[in-house]
Structure formats: structure tokens, C-alpha cells
Design a protein around this ligand. Sequence first.
Ligand code: SAM
Length: 251
Amino acid sequence: MRIDLISLFPEFVAQIAGHGVVGRAGERGLLSIHGWNPRDYAEGNYRRVDDRPFGGGPGMVMLIDPLQAAITAARAADPAPARVIYLSPQGERFDQAKARELATRSRVILLCGRYEGVDERLIQAEVDEELSIGDYVLSGGELAAAVVIDAIARLQEGALNDADSALQDSFGPGSEEGPILLDCPHYTRPVEHPLGPVPEVLLSGNHAEIARWRRMQALGRTWLRRPDLLDEVVLSESDQALLDEFWKSRS
Ligand code: SAM
């Protein structure tokens, strides 16, 4: 997969691309990230990329031409068609289902705004969709882009050392008829610790019992922490029985 990032801070690309799972995905040839700085396409001695908003008011607005030229250059760098995504607090909320959808694409261009944002005409002409990472306002789209890139990178086949870990993560794909769940709790050595023991079932070596316990914990945690995920869902008989058992264990 190829990701082009349009940003006034190209050094951000190196930061994102150089570490952890994203870095490994790059080293394994699964993902490449390319930065495009609109300032390189700006005219005049000062290479202006922003100007005052018409109608008055605070702040600056990013100019159309440098952004459009950067997007055009990014598009031309690879023949595969690219979806242009503007990171914006006004966009559709980014979630794991969206990450899965984007991860199947061969290319995306991520557009990072700064200041008060981007001239609306550029958005109308060049942007295919807007994505928000949450209901708060950041100073720029770069952190949002980093979130999107990380979530996509770990879904590239071969990026994680153990492919199953993405399946069991919170908001994993579940199964066709099953609910989307939070992950179960995890434990590692030592078995005994002043903070408490590891649940015995995890030491039993009985894989069926371990899987059953993990499913029960995932259902219970989802019910406790994110009941909205279970709102529209009719649980299977076995899941309902596990959730009942979870309730009982707490009373
Ligand atoms: N005036 C804009 C508004 O209220 O909708 C906010 C502009 S914000 C200060 C500057 C840039 O940060 C935006 O153009 C966008 O690219 C990015 N940004 C801010 N919050 C974001 C969020 N929650 N998700 C994605 N991008 C965000």
C-alpha cells in the first residue's frame, strides 16, 4: 500500500514511518509513506501557503493553489488511483471498520490542514472524504494522519509478527453473526505477584477452556465498558450463557 501525506511538516513523515509496526511494515515492503510539502509548490519569495479569511475573523486559511499542486504531484507519482482524504474534525468518525476498509486500498492521499483549515473550494474539488479522529480540535492534521496510518499499517498482511493478534484485538472483525467486542484482559509472568495471581484457567493448558474464558471476559468487558456495541446485537445462545456467567461471577 502507498500513502501520500500532504503536510506543511514533512519531517512528520519520517517520524511516523520510522518506528514500531509502521516502520516494520515499511521495511517489509508492505507500506510506503511519501511526504509532499505544499510550500514547495507555493509561489513568490515568501512561499505563502495561507492568507486571511474573507469576511474577517481570526486565523489564517490554507491557500488553494499550493495544496492543489501538491495533490496533483502526489497523484502523478503513481499510476494507481488514489482516494484523497482530508483529516478534519468535521469528518466521518474514524474507527476500526474504516481502518479495515482503507487497509484494502492500494493508495490513499492524506491531506493535513493547519490554521483555521483549508479553503472550502479545494475540499469541494479535490477531496473524496473527510475523516475525524474524535470530537476535539487539534492544531493540525498530522497527528490525525499518524493515527490513521498506524491503524492501517498494522492491518497490512505480514505487518504484525502474529497475524492472529489483529483478529483478537478490540473491535476485531468478529464473525459474520457475532458482535464486535473489546479484547479480553492479558497477563504475563510472574504467576504470583503482590498485585495478585494470574487467573488459574490461563495456566491450565486447556485451550478450549482458555478460549471460553477469554470470550466470556471479552463479552463482559464490552457489556461493562461499551454497552453501545451490544445495543443492536442479538447474542447467540452460547454468548448469552457466557455473559450470564460473567454477571454471576461479579455478584
Ligand atoms: N476551524 C476548523 C474547525 O473548527 O473545523 C479546525 C481547524 S484545526 C485548528 C486545523 C487542522 O487540524 C484541520 O484542518 C484538520 O486537518 C486538523 N484537525 C483538527 N482536529 C482534527 C480531528 N479531530 N480529526 C482530524 N483532523 C483534525
